[in-house]
Write a protein that binds this ligand. Sequence first.
Ligand code: GLU
Length: 460
Amino acid sequence: MNVLEKEKGTYTSDVHEYVQHVYETVKQRNPYENEFHQAVKEVLDSLLPVLAKRPQYIRQAILERIVEPERMISFRVPWVDDQGNVQVNRGFRVQFNSALGPYKGGLRFHPSVNTSIIKFLGFEQIFKNALTGQPIGGGKGGSDFDPKGKSDGEIMRFTQSFMSELSKYIGPDTDVPAGDIGVGAKEIGYMFGQYKKMRGRFEAGVLTGKDIAYGGSLARKEATGYGTVYFVEEMLKEKGHSFAGSTVVVSGSGNVSIYAMEKAMHLGAKVVACSDSEGYIYDKRGINLETVKRLKESEKKRISEYVNEHPQAHFFQGCSDIWSVPCDIALPCATQNEIDENAATVLVSNGVKAIGEGANMPSTLEAVNVFHEHGVLFAPAKAANAGGVSVSALEMAQNSARLSWTFEEVDAKLQDIMKTIYRDCIEAAKENDAPGNLVVGANIAGFVKVADAMIAQGVI
Ligand code: GLU
């Protein structure tokens, strides 16, 4: 449909067809990028009511523009392993949308990383970052490098090579990467060192998730997990529920998962299961978080080792079965599409009351439908896990002001931000004929901020 046809007003009755057309074009132009298609579909389907009410978004081709990254960078990352062999990985950065501020989003190092994964994550990041209310655009990046089993020297040489190229495209007012799966404070440190060397400038705000020793923010490490729990607690409160006394299953045992477990426990929940890529542990007395932290954060061991120290617990091979553990609240904090229709059905039949997505897009579209059909409270990733990037933006603010806030100050701001996101989503859902539907609420609330800023800045 061209602009003139839209001007004639056909869109009001044909919004559905128009959105479908945009989606089909995305599929054609980006073949084989299934995760990207999935993320786009979820957002576009939510936007029908707001597009019907605000035709300027259609006239201004906001959808057509927003699904197209402003820039997609792909580059070679050669490095030398400990045996002296030359290895070649692929590096990516998608600079998706800068309507609200410099591109902002993490870097993922995982063998599954490809264009589709980076674009789905970058697309989600646009709306997530908008929801935080902070001045940050959407971006994402990473590499198919697998940090598992690599020595420190190999990780350093790889990240230095990665940053040698990436440094040409980023900066504190341009694009500010951070961590994601496979990228923590150590990798950020090596990348920061390389960036500083290449620029000859100490630009603290070029990366977030830095160590506290040189410009990191207190509570950044905890922020994604804590934020998810703060968000879910708001959602539960509205229905008279709470984490207190609830049984919780959390997938993963990385940064998001560990601090989601910690905050859930602070609020009085019993966390009975968590996982890694090999399988999951079930400890019916409640997981001992100190053991998980030691195994995963310091010793970099497998979660299966947990049962050696806690013989009452069980280890099960394969991680998808974790959703068969009965619970009141499930917090998927591992990776995309870890809850499919089947897993969702099992969770529902075991009486789950609420889902809070700590990972990015951990539920398939079919799984989300199952939760909605059965009245399960559902907190979608781009709202529920926005705490991480929110505290990244607070880290940028501290770096600009050359000061640092206490843990309590940052945590209080994080709680405020998560409560505000929850309220904004609830209101947007209500205004758009989908009361209580936080998927619709989050997508519309985030989209409207970006779309209005894009219109204000002209066709660029
Ligand atoms: N990777 C995280 C996310 O998915 C954090 C991004 C950041 O801090 O920039 O939101």
